[in-house]
Write a protein that binds this ligand. Sequence first.
Ligand code: COA
Length: 164
Amino acid sequence: MKIAIYPGTFDPITNGHIDVLERAIEIFDKVIVTVARNSAKNPMFSDDERVEIIKKVVKRYGKKVEVDSFSGLLVDYAKAKHAVAIVRGLRAISDFEYEFQMALMNRKLSKGVFTLYLMPHERYTYLNSSIVREIASLGGDISNFVPKYVARRLLQKTGSKKGK
Ligand code: COA
């Protein structure tokens, strides 16, 4: 059974993340989407909220996708889960330097786990979670960027009338 982990802050999960996840499902028997706890990013949604939101959104993939959270080193988590790969999305060249450093460092820390980069559809190149949060909090329409349930949760959080 080939298991991969897909780590991130997911504050919140977007259609771009889901695009990457769907590509990973094609390759691995199981993908564990895992939320980084205690993120230095000071997230809008708590650790537990982000896990709960992702669970709701990925339910349709059944047993192929599991949702979890982790703290500590990613490679230790990957080993504990018997994962053969860490999946990350690569949207644009601007992602490259940070991702390159992270992949090489993770390889140094643990030789057994490799990092696999998948490119989401180009329509998501400009998308990230902060921009979605900002648009939602300013009352913009985010319906093309996140699943309906996420849009609803953002609407509750920001109190914006148009964030649906
Ligand atoms: N579609 C849309 N947006 C995407 C995306 C995609 N396919 N892929 C990434 N993004 C966005 C995210 O929304 C996020 O946006 P934001 O900065 O506005 O929140 C940004 O790109 C990158 O975030 P994410 O993919 O969530 O990664 P991260 O940098 O927040 O998380 C960890 C990185 C958690 C994987 C990393 O810090 C880690 O491994 N931490 C554990 C500690 C550790 O092991 N450290 C040593 C690492 S060498």
